[in-house]
Design a protein around this ligand. Sequence first.
Ligand SMILES: [Fe+2]
Ligand SMILES: [Fe+2]
Length: 171
Amino acid sequence: MANNTKNHSGMPNEHLHELFVDELRDILGAEKQLLKGLKKMATKAEGENLKAAFEEHRMQTEEHVERLKKVFASINLSPRGKTCKAMEGLLNEAEEIIENFEDAAVLDAALISAAQKVEHYEIASYGCLVTYANLMEHREAAELLNQTLEEEKNTDTKLTEIAMEEANMAV
Ligand SMILES: [Fe+2]
Ligand SMILES: [Fe+2]
């Protein structure tokens, strides 16, 4: 494996191909799992801005799924996802947090904490995927993946702002 520098299809850094596809399948599964989670978080959030942010990101997440399908198509593969165990765990924790803090003044702060853990997982995943796509010179894939990466980062920033301005503050 380590010595496998053979270039099967004329693609640079071909050794990254399987890892790239595996990670694409993982994040496709993760995005689909997250759709449900964001719906629940939007329903539970008390602050209007937080509710709207979750709802907006749920719609973006639908686009992320569509974009991933285009990424698969750009490398001539059918879009097959797999269950993302990390997302499963993060969403289980989010459920737990909702149960534990449902009637508390800190519910929104707790929801933001859970959502930011999700966003950071996605940022790490898309960051690696963009790097791999660039190294293999999959230009279209790199561009699509980078668009999603930017949206994940913006969501994370927006959640921090809501936390600092509203959710973490005593009323
Ligand atoms: Fe996403
Ligand atoms: Fe996200």
